[in-house]
Design a protein around this ligand. Structure first.
Ligand SMILES: [Fe+2]
Length: 386
């Protein structure tokens, strides 16, 4: 993203910066991909290295099922059971070496511990619920339709306003960025980008907790969860600046690109990581050529697995779609509009559909959680009599 700062920090990097009592603040460089990518410089009340105790790790690796069948899948996402605890609530459903797609319905705010995902960047799409993402960079209020983009290593807590929360999460083993074709050489979003810097909400309210004690942080690394006890509050930052921080972007701020005839999914692209893209399907005007067919054509996206997560509205090319449903259309076999939806789409002026799509360039594998919520007959749903 671009340069941002919060709180107070010295006029030059790596120089003395003192507290009112004369002692030094503790400087921390938070860098990514060695020293070769975006970084931020944080100033803490205490060194971030004061570990009191490390507990036994817990394996939280996704449990894959041994079902290699090549077929279209459908998952009832809202059938994933709600859990009080945030970490417990995160249930991976589709995974590969580049990313993991996780469903979560957490009831309670995180108040007893902090969380740090050292494995992956996270994109948390808020399907239901609102609250505040509290981080070491400051707080980010969120609501329905927000993508929360959290770089790996960010220490955070999520506080929810109610118990009715539904999250669609993508974990990425590479940095999540906005599409390169929408940025100039300096990183600024170009005029033809479907969103711009004003749509990106950055952490503002910085809470500085100058407190010592026993602070539990769960660190996720190599699919293990490590309980760390630190001697100082993880949110003891008095100021920071740089290019690395979490941010929010609302799907409702995505300005759709439309055309006279059907435009392909890349026009909906919002984010990308190595090996996948994330797209936003939002309410928009339909194609306006007099003979246009708004419904998509059948397609063999031969090298990609295509995941659609249905959020809201009528999805024009699908029948029997419900909120929270996931469809997986794997590479290797074609998919397309359901019977009757092509004719039905002709002459329609607009759609109110809202969905998030994840296209991966490696095949996705099903987990045990996915098998529990699968509609096993979905692959037959293109037959005319269904
Ligand atoms: Fe498709």
């Amino acid at each position: 993203m671009h340069y941002h700062s919060n709180g107070k920090f010295p006029h030059k990097r790596h120089i003395q910066f003192r507290k009112p009592d004369g002692s030094l603040y503790s400087e921390e460089l938070f860098s990514t991909q060695g020293f070769g990518n975006v970084a931020s410089l944080l100033y803490r009340c205490y060194p971030p290295t004061q570990i009191m105790q490390v507990g036994e790790p817990r394996d939280i690796a996704p449990k894959l099922i041994h079902d290699k069948q090549l077929k279209h899948r459908s998952l009832r996402g809202f059938d994933i059971s709600a859990e009080d605890d945030y970490i417990e609530s995160r249930k991976p459903v589709l995974v590969n070496k580049d990313c993991a797609i996780i469903l979560a319905a957490p009831r309670k705010s995180m108040t007893e511990y902090f969380f740090k995902n050292a494995d992956a960047d996270e994109v948390i799409f808020i399907h239901k619920g609102s609250g505040t993402l509290r981080t070491m960079y400051g707080n980010l209020p969120f609501a329905y339709g927000d993508y929360l983009v959290i770089p790996r290593g960010t220490i955070y807590q999520i506080h929810f306003d109610s118990e009715d929360n539904r999250l669609f999460i993508v974990e990425s083993h590479s940095p999540v960025v906005t599409p390169k074709r929408y940025r100039n050489q300096f990183g600024q979003l170009l005029e033809h980008s479907p969103f711009c810097e004003r749509d990106i909400r950055k952490p503002e309210e910085l809470e500085t907790h100058d407190v010592k004690g026993d602070f539990l942080m769960y660190i996720k690394k190599q699919n293990n969860l490590y309980p760390y006890h630190y001697m100082s509050h993880p949110f003891d930052v008095v100021g920071w600046d740089g290019y690395l921080y979490p941010y929010a972007f609302s799907i409702h701020d995505f300005e759709p690109i439309t055309g006279r005839v059907h435009l392909p999914p890349p026009t909906h692209q919002t984010f990308e990581g190595a090996g996948f893209v994330i797209c936003s399907f939002v309410p928009r005007l339909y194609d306006y050529h007099p003979d246009s067919i708004p419904a998509p054509y059948n397609h063999s996206n031969i090298d990609s697995d295509e995941v659609l997560y249905y959020v809201d509205g009528d999805f024009m090319s699908r029948k029997h779609v419900v909120q929270g449903q996931i469809t997986l259309h794997p590479g290797g076999i074609p998919h397309g509009p359901h019977p009757g939806t092509v004719e039905k789409s002709i002459g329609k002026k607009e759609t109110g559909e809202l969905a998030v799509m994840v296209d991966t360039f490696r095949p996705l594998l099903m987990t045990e959680h996915a098998a529990e919520i699968e509609d096993k007959e979905y692959f037959r749903s293109w037959l005319a009599d269904t």
